[in-house]
Design a protein around this ligand. Structure first.
Ligand SMILES: Nc1ncnc2c1ncn2[C@@H]1O[C@H](COP(=O)(O)OP(=O)(O)O)[C@@H](O)[C@H]1O
Ligand SMILES: [Mg+2]
Length: 427
């Protein structure tokens, strides 16, 4: 069997790594991939957004299964293009991916099905949005409707900040089409958690829970990033929350999609706020999370290929899934300055020395040059360790991190610290 993975981040390296262990897999390709995927797959120089070239490659090379990593490829309809060519592909159609690519579509569906989420009002006129803000309590949350590279959500502490966000979207057009409409949403208090579910249109199968660390610095200080680390399982999501979540979110969501004639097949990743009144949906993502995937997949004992096939074929009701009981901790090593301006082309040392049986080093922004691995992005590596306890997994992950070096490397020291009862005070 030949598999193509689309994307170039840590998530895609983790997917390639897991798929490469599958008994039936002969060849894996990754487009465009990174220096890590190149160790297990053949990198193909096609961008994740070049749908026609990707489909042509899959056809010409008789790819049996293509797995899509990035949200923007899904949002522009890569799955529709592949299916139009009768190519087997894992991911939701453009219409189904609207759950992620339009926060208003998702909110309206949640409203219709009474799925617990933050109360929200929808605006496309600046005057009406500002008038609403004048009557509002703060903090309040402003959300651009469309995909905005993780920058479209502003938790505004006071009126002026909220007004600036509304103006940027509705009058200045700074978010383009994504900010032509927006949501003004109640600010929820609690702790966040990431869930992943395989969804085959009718049935779903939950993967292990995880938690992400979005802020750049220790103690959740500094700007938002793509994610500076993760751990699995989440320490704020037990069996009771899971049962509540399946009944109050997953079931009605699948019903609602079906009633609207939308068939969702792929990976659904709801972001939750665990509040005093139970879980509330913050958003739906329609692909594997990054860096959650790097913490979840090393815990997956089952073969991933049959699970992806069952999702595509609608047989998830017969699928089973087995997990390593041990927790996993993932520490992201980033370029100094990220998520702002940063330099690239720094030589990375210590990669071989840091890897071991229970430590996986997933590459994100890396490439190979003159026999060396160099940095090529903001998030550079995701170092995952398994351990008997979260404390052991943390210690092992940080030990591996300490063996790796590149100039101006930055990482958080408090990944999963909340799960071992510790707390670093922000600066
Ligand atoms: N209603 C809300 N109340 C409190 N915080 C929120 C709310 N909605 C979003 N956030 C915060 O903003 C972050 C980003 O929002 P999210 O809806 O996940 O959009 P995206 O990931 O597309 O930027 C969340 O992880 C959470 O920290
Ligand atoms: Mg999010």
């Amino acid at each position: 069997m030949k598999i193509l993975v689309v994307g170039s981040g840590g998530r895609e390296h983790a997917l390639v790594w897991k798929l490469a262990q599958s008994a039936g897999v002969d060849n894996i390709f990754c487009a465009p991939g990174n220096a890590g995927t190149a160790l297990l797959a053949e990198n193909v120089e096609i961008k994740a957004g070049d749908l026609a070239a990707l489909a042509r490659f899959a056809k010409e090379n008789r790819i049996d299964l293509t797995v899509i990593g990035p949200d923007d490829s899904l949002a522009v309809g890569i799955v529709d293009v592949f299916e139009g060519e009768r190519l087997r592909v894992f991911g939701p159609s453009k219409t189904a991916a609207r759950l992620e690519s339009s926060k208003i579509f998702a909110k309206e569906l949640m409203r219709a099905k009474r799925i617990p989420t933050a109360r929200a009002a929808i605006f496309e006129k600046q005057e009406a949005a500002i008038a609403f803000l004048k009557e509002s309590h703060f903090p309040i949350v402003i959300k651009a409707d469309g995909l905005a590279l993780g920058k479209g959500v502003i938790v505004a502490q006071e009126f002026e900040e909220a007004r600036a966000a509304v103006d940027a979207m509705l009058s200045e057009g700074r978010f383009g089409e994504a900010g032509r409409r927006l949501l003004i949403e109640e600010c929820l208090a609690g702790s966040e958690c990431s869930l992943h579910a395989l969804v085959d249109g009718k049935n779903f199968l939950m993967l292990a829970s995880a938690r992400d660390h979005k802020r750049a610095f220790d103690g959740d200080a500094g700007p938002n990033t793509g994610g500076m680390g993760a751990f699995s399982p989440a320490n704020n999501f037990g069996a009771e929350a899971q049962a509540q979540f399946e009944g109050a979110v997953m079931r009605p969501l699948l019903d609602g999609l079906r009633e609207s004639g939308v068939i969702f097949r792929g990976l659904l990743f709801p972001g939750l706020m665990i509040t005093g009144d139970g879980p509330r949906v913050l958003e739906f993502n329609c692909r594997f999370g990054d860096p959650e995937t790097q913490a979840i997949l090393p815990r997956l004992k089952s073969d991933l290929v049959p699970l992806l096939e069952a999702t595509i074929e609608g047989h998830l009701d017969h699928a089973t899934i087995e997990w390593d009981k041990r927790p996993a901790v993932t520490v992201v090593m980033a370029s100094g300055g990220y998520p702002g301006k940063y330099e690239t082309a720094k030589t990375i040392s210590g990669l071989e020395r840091a890897a071991s049986e229970d430590v996986q080093i997933f590459h994100a922004g890396t490439r190979r040059k003159n026999g060396q691995v160099i940095t090529s992005g903001g998030r550079v590596l995701a170092v995952t360790a398994l351990g008997e306890t979260v404390a052991a997994a943390r210690a092992r992950a940080y030990e591996a991190v300490s063996k790796i070096d590149f100039e101006n490397c930055h990482y958080r020291r408090d990944i999963a610290l909340s799960a071992v009862g510790g707390k670093i005070v922000g600066h």
